[in-house]
Design a protein around this ligand. Structure first.
Ligand code: PSU
Ligand code: MN
Length: 297
């Protein structure tokens, strides 16, 4: 049921490094035409490192690991593309729909295919007000069960970061901040929370992940890489826009899987593209670190 491209199959068979990439960031995370540019740029970053990219997505009901350039192009323009978390995959297959896979679904399919390393921009987590809404990303539960090595700029700053860190602890996900002891906050380098562990090299990450595997622990290792300071969003702007975005989401009754795309889109518009530029910096930097980790692995 999972179509794996020839390029990815060959790389895996020959034991060469492969890195999985998600596609919700293309279909729902970034506006056009930046989304396609970023999808291609992420693959280029990996290829330049000698790492094979495996972008995951659903094309007319075909679950695919290793989307072609044409498939990426079509997905980036598809208004009907579904945001596919794990629970949405069977529906997309049954109905022949196309979709972008979230962190949860991408991690699931990567692991099934034998790919361990998977970078994204910002992981999903516990939403603010979750005590009332129960809105917590399926990314968290997925990471508790899928032993990938995930690279992310912490969790998205639109979330309740303290609660998300608590949940990651409950869910047995090891959180390693990269090159800092602060836990990053996506658009902002330092979320104000500290990370449980600090690592400073790809080799340290792979040592932890190998030990995890030897011990038979089935949860992900999360590498939290902060956005470089020169690319972070201005803290004042961030606080102001976040407050506005949350109020707007509430007023418009946005809920379920629409919340994250709504808030990201609000940021991109209200900051006149500044958050979009930051998001791209975050993402491509995480992809590069993912490539280094995969090579070290
Ligand atoms: N990182 C980004 N942009 C995104 C996402 C992550 O820089 O759009 C996506 C990922 O696919 C992640 C999803 O899994 O947002 C989380 O959505 P939710 O909060 O509904 O689980
Ligand atoms: Mn949600």
């Amino acid at each position: 049921m999972v179509h794996v491209s020839e390029e990815v199959r060959d790389a895996l068979a020959e034991g060469r490094p492969v890195v999985a990439l998600e596609s919700t960031i293309i279909t729902h995370g970034l506006p056009r035409p930046r989304n396609l540019y970023v999808a291609m740029a992420a693959e280029d970053v990996l290829r330049r490192q000698g790492v094979t990219p495996a972008t995951v997505g659903v094309v007319h009901g075909r679950v695919t690991v290793g989307l072609s350039e044409d498939e990426l192009h079509d997905l980036s323009l598809d208004d009907l593309a579904v945001k596919c978390s794990i629970r949405d995959l069977p529906m997309a297959v049954a109905r022949g729909a196309s979709g972008g896979t979230t962190v949860a679904a991408t991690a699931f399919l990567a692991r099934k295919t034998g790919i361990t390393v998977f970078p994204t921009g910002g992981l999903g987590g516990v939403h603010r007000g979750a005590a009332q809404t129960y809105d917590e990303s399926a990314d968290l539960v997925a990471l508790s069960r899928i032993p990938v090595v995930m690279v992310s700029a912490g969790v998205k700053s639109i979330l309740d970061i303290g609660a998300t860190l608590e949940r990651l602890e409950t869910l047995n996900v090891a959180v390693l901040s990269y090159g800092t002891s602060a836990f990053p906050g996506f658009y902002i380098a330092d979320s104000g929370f500290s990370a449980p562990f600090r690592v400073d090299s790809p080799a340290e990450v792979t040592a932890v992940a190998h030990a995890r595997d030897e011990l038979g622990i089935e949860a992900a290792v999360l590498v939290a890489r902060p956005v470089p300071l020169e690319h972070q969003l201005d803290a004042g702007l961030h606080a102001r826009v976040l407050a506005e975005a949350l109020t707007a989401a509430d007023a418009e009754g946005v809920h379920g899987h629409d919340v994250t795309p709504f808030l990201l889109d609000y940021f991109h518009t209200a900051t006149h593209g500044a958050s979009e530029a930051t998001n791209v910096e975050i993402y491509l930097g995480n992809v590069e670190l993912g490539g280094e980790i995969a090579a070290a692995w």
